[in-house]
Design a protein around this ligand. Structure first.
Ligand code: SF4
Length: 85
């Protein structure tokens, strides 16, 4: 499966710190951080632990099968970020 960051990401970074497999990018020390509109979860590396969900200050991280309909575009947007790398 994978978790998905959706609309309203504030790039707070609490999720990055909580993730045990380091699959949320870009990180604050990444040159791409400043330009990034949001953070993304790599669906190939996410282990579905849900540790990022309760720490998100704006509660916009969802399990893939629970992403609200208006936010579905973010499933592709999270994955595409890593395909472009
Ligand atoms: Fe990382 Fe777990 Fe969140 Fe997946 S569900 S992004 S592995 S903290």
């Amino acid at each position: 499966m994978a978790y998905v960051i959706t609309e309203g990401c504030t790039k707070d970074g609490a999720c990055v710190d909580a993730c045990p497999v380091d699959c949320i990018h870009p990180k604050k020390d990444d040159p791409a951080f400043e330009q990034a509109e949001m953070l993304h979860i790599n669906p190939e590396e996410c282990i579905d632990c849900a540790a990022c969900v309760p720490v998100c200050p704006v509660s916009i991280i969802y399990a893939l099968d629970e992403v609200p309909e208006p936010m579905k575009q973010y499933v592709e947007r999270n994955a595409a970020y890593f395909m472009a790398k």
